[in-house]
Ligand binder design. Structure first.
Ligand code: AG3
Length: 277
């Protein structure tokens, strides 16, 4: 008899599914905040799924983690203290710690079970969480940024989609708190979903950030397992403009997506994306 095939589908929109063949369900849990699954997929290797949405896979995590980390860290001339809001898998922390001038990287994650499952089942991604320069704080990111002022050079918001526990991470009041939490020349980046499917969200976030930060920029990258593949990031900065970076001074670090030539090119937007903002 033929072997039974198992398939996982993320319902990316009410009318579209993204389906992968899975060879094993490694782990599932209902945490205090969300449904968590670690799946072994044939195409992308291990995959972290939260509330039915693909968060990261071994094969394409570098695209997202490098894009959300190195653009802000190479825009700030001397990032010493960096915070990640969300990102419990640890992929952003791993990228941040490739920068020698970073003294401390804080992971502010609401759901400790995401960290625990990632440490156990996704060591390639979570490996830097035990680094001396990394510190994990289990708390609500909204509470954390509103209670800390003038503290960070860079804040990276690595959230889930704007549903459930992450809704507040896409609101004006959160961006105001992020502004206050940054030092006087600080900057931040947030993942802001797909320009194909989330145009209203991108527009709202862009204008909210623009009303608070002197410099606001949108950039794009390609992440194969996310809805449409095309993904947006919104950067708000008090002083440094990513488009003014002297790219000849960017140090070569070990990356597979980001490189100095891409740094400014990522901000060149297709016409339909220019029209969103
Ligand atoms: N955070 C952004 C995931 C968004 C994916 N959305 C979806 N599949 N519908 C990823 C966390 C990785 N550190």
């Amino acid at each position: 008899m033929a072997e039974m095939e198992l398939w996982f589908t993320e319902q990316q929109t009410p009318d579209l599914g993204f389906t992968c063949k899975i060879t094993k369900t490694i782990y599932t849990a209902k945490t205090q905040y969300q449904d968590l699954a670690i799946l072994e997929t044939k195409q992308f290797g291990r995959m972290l799924v939260l509330d039915g949405a693909v968060q990261t896979t071994i094969a394409d995590e570098f695209c997202y983690h490098e894009l959300i980390s190195h653009v802000p860290l190479f825009t700030h001339p001397n990032p010493k203290k960096v915070a990640v809001i969300g990102g419990g898998d640890g992929g952003v922390i791993r990228e941040i710690l490739k920068h020698d001038e970073v003294e401390k990287a804080y992971l502010i994650e609401i759901d400790k079970e995401v960290i625990e499952a990632s440490k156990k089942y996704l060591p390639e991604i979570s490996c830097a969480l035990d680094d001396k320069r990394a510190e994990v704080i289990i708390t609500d990111g909204i509470k954390f940024v509103s209670e800390n002022k003038n503290m960070f050079d860079v804040i990276i918001v690595d959230s889930t989609d704007p549903v459930g526990p992450a809704v507040g991470l896409f609101q004006d009041s959160f961006y105001k708190a992020v502004f206050e939490c940054l030092k006087e020349d600080g900057l931040f980046v947030a993942q802001t979903e797909s320009p194909f499917y989330d145009q209203d969200l991108i527009k709202n976030v862009f204008h909210a950030v623009k009303s608070i930060f002197p410099i606001t920029r949108l950039y794009l990258g390609f992440i194969p397992t996310y809805p449409s593949g095309l993904w947006s990031f919104t950067l708000g900065s008090k002083k440094y403009d990513p488009l003014e970076v002297d790219i000849s001074r960017i140090k070569r670090i070990d990356t597979r997506y980001y490189n100095p030539e891409l740094h400014k090119a990522l901000f060149a937007l297709p016409t339909f994306v220019q029209e969103i903002i």
